[in-house]
Design a protein around this ligand. Sequence first.
Ligand code: SF4
Length: 339
Amino acid sequence: MITPSALFEKFKGVSLLNPLCAYTMERCEKIAPQINRILELKKEKNALILAHSYVHPDIIYGVADHVGDSYGLAKIGKMAPADLIVFPSVRFMAETVKILSPQKTVIDPNPNGGCSLADSIAATQVKELRKKYPKHTFVCYINTTASVKAECDVCVTSSNVIQIIEKIPSDKIYFLPDKLMGENAKNLLQKRGVHKEILTYPGTCYVHEEFDAGSIDLIRSQNKDALVLAHPECKPEVVAKADVVGSTTQMQNFVMQRQKENRPFVLLTECGVASRLAMEAPLARVIGGCTMCKYMRSNSLASIIEALESPRSSQIIEIESSTLERASICLERMFHYAE
Ligand code: SF4
């Protein structure tokens, strides 16, 4: 049982990059009963709570067993001995856990939370595209639903997209649904001397699409020694100006390793990552944006309690068996190329 004062101590260092949003004693008094209820239910139900880096710090620092990105957490979920996995994130991420751990009960506490990328394309559209481009290898980003993965050949993540497209024997690729990531992959591969035809679908992440190249120029003019880290879901002109391009986990590892350098690290990704680093890499000077994913942020302690006490059917991930099997093959091919 955690007391409000112990919680206040624990959350003292949590930086929300805005002093007005810091954890006060009043806030800790309010959330302590919810956190205690979740910890109790977790034990009672042998549940594991996975939290994406973009969800609220109440969840990350209050109740999560593991925090990370979708791919890393899906692998942890697969290995964990828990009977029940609760994954506050967005739907496609909880589905990925279910595809990798079909025998476990996987719960998405926030079933109405979408994702501008995953929601941009449905399986029927992939089937139509495959008819139109029969010679292309269909590569999907992990930010897709299980039914879209089931119609594609190989899945990729933001950390292995370049490596996998390079390894796929075909030189005709249809990449979906992230247009910007597809263009970035094409540009980065061309720099390596790999010239493949990469067609893209017009989906975007509404959070990462917001960053513009002019802001990088402005930050650099004010911070001469800044290192700029961009997510590959950003626009190509933004990626072109960045020092490092990588997934949220790659960005975090980079800053953790180099935090002793007395220079600013500018993070062009969802603001939760900068908040985490401000807490977990205290030596680093982190500059983050104020771009927040509304879908991820709609997870709450209350929705986790509801999901653990008595989940609604819409919160329990069910995937039709043939879809699950075909989506699993798409993911297995990713493991084959990546590992
Ligand atoms: S940050 Fe973008 S890609 Fe990630 S869940 Fe939100 S909308 Fe989807």
